[in-house]
Design a protein around this ligand. Structure first.
Ligand code: SF4
Length: 162
């Protein structure tokens, strides 16, 4: 298919996105300084990768979290939001602590998935510390195993206000 054919196809089909119907995950009020746009650093502290797939979906072309002002970045030093997934393991507790500490204030810690919330499939595992809140302060929690992309987008929208 040529570039011209692709352009014609895009014009004919238009933009296809699903309506974001997820309710806000809590009545948390984010820092006013973060309204409008946030930089998001993903931190995996012991995930099975299920939450990562949904997080990738949240930033993919269908759910497109960027249209609501949330953008992934490569370092916690550039981040306003730490999106933490997984059941925090003993050997990743300290890297999680350091990652959150590296993010400038004001910052938001978003725990994604039942494991990050301190429950779920691995909660009683010998290598699991507990939930993310047992290691660092958590502002928002998105429940589910894994939570769907629209729930993740809803939580990010709660921070950006868009
Ligand atoms: S909440 Fe479910 S999908 Fe996410 S890391 Fe835990 S087991 Fe995997």
């Amino acid at each position: 298919m040529s570039a011209l054919d692709i352009a014609k196809l895009l014009r004919r089909v238009g933009r296809i996105t699903e309506t974001d119907t997820a309710a806000s995950p809590s009545d948390y009020t984010p820092p006013a300084a973060l309204a409008g746009s946030v930089q998001v650093r993903h931190v995996d502290c012991g995930s099975c990768n299920g939450c990562e797939i949904e997080l990738a979906g949240a930033f993919g072309p269908v759910y497109d979290a960027e249209r609501y002002g949330a953008r992934l970045v490569a370092s916690p030093r550039h981040a306003d939001v730490l999106a933490v997934t997984g059941a925090p393991t003993r050997n990743l507790a300290e890297p999680l602590r350091r990652s959150v500490e590296a993010a400038p204030r004001p910052r938001v810690v978003l725990a994604i998935g039942d494991c990050a919330a301190g429950e779920g499939a691995y909660a009683q595992g010998y290598a699991v510390v507990g939930g993310v809140a047992d290691i660092v302060p958590v502002d928002l929690v998105v429940r589910g195993c894994p939570p769907p992309p629209d729930a993740i987008v809803a939580a990010l929208r709660q921070v950006t206000g868009k």
